[in-house]
Design a protein around this ligand. Structure first.
Ligand code: AMP
Length: 574
């Protein structure tokens, strides 16, 4: 492998790279830097995020501009605010020993006047999201007539986000003879079209080719009953105390719900999604970057442009609809030469999706089993022992307490002492995973329902997600429904408000216009019914009754309960 020196980079930038601790170029840098320094044409590079692509274009870009010039000579377009900020920081680092470089980031959601002032003070490099740049162009606040290099970073993402027209408008405002460098994780038809229409003699550089995923990423999948995905997720987290993960859900509501459930169950998790204000998102990201948050629960859109080093796992709590999204998600791990795990926790019905991903990405997905109680306890114990061994002892500070402590513990021999110290932290897991059932669905078995096999229900492990409780259910009839303005979310909120129970205690909700059936965890059923004794809804008495034992889940049960409903109506209950 070559060195940065041999790529023809000037001394000031080499010094900056040494300051950053970059010892040798990554493959994408090795391929693109010499080309961009000397070549006259454009370039399309297929490179995943995390491969060092920012330096791959950032260094040649700095080599090509006149540091003294006060006009915008280099323009980098990126899909998100986070990525803009990250690229700007990186370019500033590379230019640390190049006086006269002024790099400004412009993106939506921040004060546009400050950004205009930054440009007017002589920015020679501008890193922008397309939407905000169009705004600046419309206000006449930026002149792109002197741009020598235009970089389209994460071009596929920009196109996915609907920026195609904006990109065209922006590129039309730049000189025809500029260089255009396009970086994309995937080569979609839209990317090809942009390359064809807006680039000249573009050289293609590929890092492993096509839509292939990063090789530093190990792809794994576990198969459970869909309703057990939440418990399975907790088990994977418990089994790997060093985990630092991004967990992907399909919708904003799911991320919020998952983060709330995890927090309630004692995990260090928070959600990031489009309904949060920029300030809230920044706060979550700050905590995650600072590692004071272990699990970042994200939607695909919110996770775009997130560049956090050392993400150990990307977990697909829901598989994405698009192959490209899978590549983008998993590209958040396995960065900068480290390996990472992309784990999909799937229900039986989604196995075919994994097979599709395997085929399209040409990667192997390794089947893994959800850890059982014994494995989790063992790994927790080993981690605890590791912590005890490596803890820094402040001899001076602790010495004055030691005599008293020794006196107090004098009755305990070494063996007893070890057992007690270890139990302090370990008891929680022992208790939680005592009698833990096997969550794995044996694909070869005809009987895919582990509960049907007579396995014991875990007393302390609650599924909590998607309102599907883990144990037997009883069905409650209630005389309010969609005509009263309820949807499932509102109904759940109403039920929780009246009963004081949480979402995890409720199962299926079947809404009809005038009435509904709700499955409630048997353990809490009577208690829940009791809370409706004096309940009123908008001045109308709320009545409840017990449905059939099967709950609101099956059609057969529904008929029985409906019969019961009619009986109740004639009896004047409803
Ligand atoms: P990027 O793909 O540009 O987002 O880079 C991913 C991570 O790799 C960033 O944290 C960079 O600072 C780091 N990085 C980039 N190039 C190198 C290199 N040659 N040596 C070590 N780290 C690097």
């Amino acid at each position: 492998m070559s060195s940065f020196e041999s790529l023809g980079i000037r001394a000031e930038i080499l010094r900056a790279l040494t300051d950053l601790g970059f010892e040798k170029p990554t493959p994408v840098q090795e391929k693109t830097i010499p080309l961009l320094l000397t070549g006259e044409g454009d370039m399309v590079a297929l490179a995943q995020t995390g491969t060092g692509k920012t330096a791959a274009f950032g260094i040649p870009l700095l080599e090509r501009i006149d540091a003294g010039g006060k006009r915008v000579q280099a323009l980098v377009l990126a899909p998100t605010r986070e990525l803009c900020v990250q690229i700007t920081k990186d370019i500033e680092h590379f230019a640390a020993h190049l006086p006269g470089i002024k790099c400004v980031a412009v993106y939506g959601g921040a004060n546009i006047r400050d950004q205009i002032r930054g440009i007017q003070r002589g920015a020679n490099v501008v890193v922008a999201t397309p939407g905000r740049l169009i705004d600046l162009l419309e206000r006449g606040a930026i002149d792109l007539g002197h741009v020598q290099v235009a970089v389209l970073d994460e071009a596929d993402e920009m196109l996915n986000m609907g920026f195609q027209e904006d990109l065209t408008t922006i590129l039309d405002r730049t000189p025809k003879e500029k260089r255009t460098w396009l970086f994309s994780a995937t080569m979609s038809n839209e990317v090809r079209r942009i390359a064809k229409n807006y680039m000249r003699a573009a050289e293609e550089v590929s890092m492993g080719g096509g839509n292939k995923a990063n090789e530093a990423i190990i792809h794994e999948y576990a198969v459970v009953m869909a309703r057990d995905r939440y418990i399975a997720l907790k088990r994977f987290v418990d089994a790997d105390p060093g985990m630092f993960a991004i967990v992907f859900c399909r919708t904003k509501q799911d991320t919020q719900e998952l983060a709330e459930n995890l927090t309630r169950d004692g995990y260090n998790a928070d959600a990031i999604h489009g309904d949060l204000s920029q300030q809230q998102r920044d706060r979550v990201m700050e905590r995650y970057r600072g590692k004071s948050l272990q699990l970042l629960i994200a939607t695909d859109v919110a996770a775009r442009g997130i560049d956090v080093s050392n993400v150990s796992h990307v977990i697909h709590f829901d598989l994405p609809g698009e192959v490209e999204s899978y590549t983008h998600r998993s590209g958040r791990t396995g960065r900068a030469g480290k390996t990472g795990i992309s784990l999909s926790i799937i229900g039986v019905r989604d196995v075919f999706k994994v097979r599709n991903l395997e085929r399209q990405l040409k990667v192997h997905f390794t089947y893994v089993r959800v850890p059982d109680g014994a494995e989790i306890c063992e790994r927790q114990l080993l981690t605890l022992i590791g912590k005890i061994k490596s803890v820094q002892v402040d001899e001076e500070a602790i010495s004055r307490f030691l005599d008293a402590v020794e006196l107090d513990l004098a009755d305990l021999n070494r063996e007893e002492l070890i057992k007690r110290v270890v139990s302090l932290e370990f008891n929680r897991f022992l208790k939680q995973y005592k009698d833990a059932r096997d969550l794995n669905v044996d694909m070869a078995s005809k009987d895919r329902n582990p509960r049907a096999g007579g396995q014991a229900r875990e007393p302390r492990e609650k599924s909590g997600f998607g309102r599907s409780s883990d144990g037997p259910m009883r069905s409650m009839f209630i005389n309010i429904g969609t005509k009263d303005g309820f949807d499932k979310g509102k109904m759940l909120g109403y039920l929780c408000g009246i009963t004081g129970l949480t979402g995890q205690h409720f199962g299926r909700i079947l809404l009809k216009d005038m009435y509904s059936f709700i499955d409630i965890d048997s353990e809490h059923f009577d208690e829940a019914m009791g809370h409706f004794k004096a309940a009123n809804y908008k001045g109308r008495k709320v009545r409840v009754d017990e449905g059939s034992s099967g709950g609101a889940t099956g059609a057969r049960d529904f008929k029985v309960t409906k019969k019961k409903f009619n009986k109740a109506r004639y009896a004047g209950i409803v």
